[in-house]
Ligand binder design. Structure first.
Ligand code: SF4
Ligand code: SF4
Length: 378
């Protein structure tokens, strides 16, 4: 497995100290060595030195990872266990022995339908009645989870930007950003999707891509430059755009119910992209809303459990990880758990319902929309 050989040095450098394991969300919940980063490094060492066969069971362990990047922040040996894990997934995929069946089926659906929900492409924006220009300086890339699961939030985001006079358009034929196949090691499929989207962005003559999804954001900023080469677009998360409009006075946020909220840092915005402040700054601009941090926040924030394809492979485990995060949010005494990622939102919401929690999981766009007064005055 040539791709895995590239990581032989990193794998050999691992001194099996287990620092990376302490904060791994999967290990923290299951307590199985093989389901933490150190255990995976040991399994991969066995494979690169020819002592272990990459059986389906072993491969599954490599896929039981949320791609949260916590291990990268905790390895004193200077290894990126996550980079090694992605390399291994790519190597197994190239050898035709991965991804595991649920992930493979999901990737096949994405290749066929351009979304993970087995819905026809025409259904992506059938529910959205809006007229926007064909060419614009900004493109709003909605992403699959929002387009198929959180349509009310998208409608609010579109109305808000439109009412504020923000120069943007939307691609009715956008395709999945490719995050799922990318983290599954299905690089060719991720590349095809990236090229398709990059071509669509080009046609709009936009300079900036705006997204309300943490996964799309990290895929555009981290994966697209690798997949399509010269991806020359500026990428903004929608929370940045709305924060700026609110700061400029174009969007006026009015006083409402005095509430405490807490904010969940999505791993793919936080640790992956060092993006921590804009959502917090926006929350603090809303009169009457008090932001109370969870004990684990910013680069220390615990994962929601849904990323890296884990929600596809083992949804039960993904929700158990989310339950841990919901309990941390409950401890702040907040009424709302705010996210800026539709996948985190979906997973945390499932966990909150399963725990019968009083905490309401909500996208930041929904919170802002409930306190909105657009003045149109810049
Ligand atoms: S990326 Fe996160 S889930 Fe995956 S091994 Fe590292 S700490 Fe564990
Ligand atoms: S912290 Fe680094 S050196 Fe220690 S077990 Fe994890 S990957 Fe290996």
């Amino acid at each position: 497995m040539e791709e895995l050989e590239k990581f032989k040095t990193q794998i050999a450098m691992c001194n099996i100290c287990a620092w990376c394991r302490i904060k791994c969300p999967v290990y923290s919940v299951t307590k199985w060595e093989s389901e933490g980063p150190r255990g995976r490094m040991i399994l991969l060492r066995g494979i690169v030195y020819g002592l272990l066969e990459p059986t389906q069971k072993v491969i599954e362990k490599v896929y039981e990872c949320t791609s949260c990047a916590m291990c990268n922040f905790n390895c004193d040996a200077g290894i990126s266990p996550l980079e090694v894990m992605l390399g291994a997934r790519r190597a197994f995929s190239r050898a035709g022995v991965a991804p595991p069946p649920p992930n493979k089926r999901m990737d096949m659906r994405i290749a066929r339908d351009k979304n993970p929900y087995a819905s026809p492409q025409e259904a992506r924006f059938q529910w959205l009645d809006v007229t926007l220009p064909e060419k614009s300086d900004g493109v709003l890339f909605v992403g699959c989870v929002n387009a198929f699961r959180h349509q009310e939030t998208v409608k609010k985001a579109v109305s808000m930007l439109k009412a504020a006079g923000y120069d943007f358009t939307l691609l009715k034929d956008e395709v999945c950003c490719g995050m799922h196949p990318y983290w599954d090691g299905q690089t060719e499929l991720a590349k095809q999707l990236a090229e398709q989207n990059a071509l669509l962005f080009d046609k709009t003559e936009a300079s900036t891509v705006i997204t309300p999804c943490a996964g799309c954001y990290s895929t555009f900023t981290k994966a697209y430059p690798e997949l399509v080469g010269n991806f020359g677009f500026k990428v903004k998360h929608i929370s940045e755009v709305i924060r700026d409009l609110a700061k400029e006075g174009v969007i006026e946020l009015r006083e409402g119910e005095a509430v405490k909220v807490t904010y969940h840092d999505p791993c793919h915005l936080g640790r992956h992209c060092n993006f921590y402040d804009p959502p917090r700054e926006l929350i603090k601009l809303i009169p009457g809303v008090e932001l109370v941090e969870m004990e684990k926040n910013r680069s220390e924030a615990n994962c929601c459990g849904g990323g890296g394809g884990l929600f596809t492979l083992n949804p039960e485990l993904a929700v158990r990880i989310a339950e841990r995060r919901v309990k941390e949010a409950e401890a702040t005494g907040s009424k709302y758990l705010i996210t800026v990622c539709p996948l985190c939102r979906t997973n945390l919401d499932l966990a909150s319902k399963r725990l019968d929690s009083q905490l309401r999981v909500c996208d930041l766009v929904d919170l802002v929309a409930s306190r909105l007064r657009v003045t149109g005055e810049a």
